[in-house]
Design a protein around this ligand. Structure first.
Ligand code: DX5
Ligand code: ZN
Length: 222
């Protein structure tokens, strides 16, 4: 991919001024909006569900990239698709019937993603490469924004790139967790093309400029 795809994470936005923050993402040239759904079971935190996805969908044109950190994700597919999800990404650790679950996401008209935690081997997804539009390599243990990037993720992303290329897969290769000006260049060079950034974007004085700055780090180091 010639240009990095940037997906600011709603988790770090200011919900008291949500429309302002969404406009900043749009103005900064964000490609997608990353929506972290957490159920307090798969991860030790609770966030939002279909109601918030539907509300956000009404006030932004950005495609909604829904990251489902939940057990039994299939319980939510229909509602999230109806609420406006463009992509639904489920965790291999929480989805024992991946082909069936990924096929259902596509049936609903959404792109299908699969995510793996930092300690999960890439072999957990090698049988489903034809069934996915996106592979998410987590670079933190999911549950919270603002955590430090796990350095070993760079080498894992490089292996994921090789695996997708060998399978002639056109799936996006996404990295999520601890992405900032210092970390994004290395994962871009390792072959990732899609970057989630929460804390880095929304703690910046100017979120629009920060998105552009992150993108520039990729362009210069390609
Ligand atoms: C972590 C979430 C991430 C999080 C990233 O559990 O999946 O999407 O919002 O936040 P930062 O960029 O702050 O690490
Ligand atoms: Zn996420």
């Amino acid at each position: 991919m010639s240009q990095a795809r940037l997906a600011p994470s709603l988790l770090s936005a200011d919900f008291a001024q949500l429309t302002t923050d969404l406009r900043r993402c749009e103005d900064g040239g964000a490609d997608w909006l990353h929506v972290d759904v957490m159920d307090g079971c798969f991860v030790p935190n609770l966030t939002f569900g279909a109601k918030v996805i539907e509300t956000v969908h009404r006030v932004t044109k950005l495609p909604l990239d829904v990251h489902m950190m939940v057990v039994e994700p299939e319980k939510y597919f229909d509602d999230f698709a109806a609420a406006g999800a463009a992509t639904m990404t489920i965790h291999a650790e929480a989805a024992p019937h991946l082909q069936r679950q990924l096929a259902r996401i596509r049936e609903l008209g959404c792109s299908a993603g699969v995510a793996i935690n930092p300690s999960t081997s890439l072999s957990a997804v090698e049988e489903v490469l034809r069934d996915i539009d996106l592979l998410l390599v987590m670079s933190v243990n999911p549950g919270f924004g603002g955590q430090a990037f796990i350095e070993g993720s760079v080498e894992k992303v490089a292996r994921a790139r090789n695996m997708l290329d060998a399978a002639r897969s056109g799936a996006a290769l996404q990295v999520d967790g601890g992405i900032n000006r210092e970390t994004i260049g290395a994962v871009w060079r390792a072959g990732a093309d899609t970057f989630v950034a929460g804390h880095a974007v929304f703690s910046a004085g100017d979120p629009s400029a920060e998105i552009a700055a992150l993108r520039a780090r990729c362009a210069h180091e390609a």
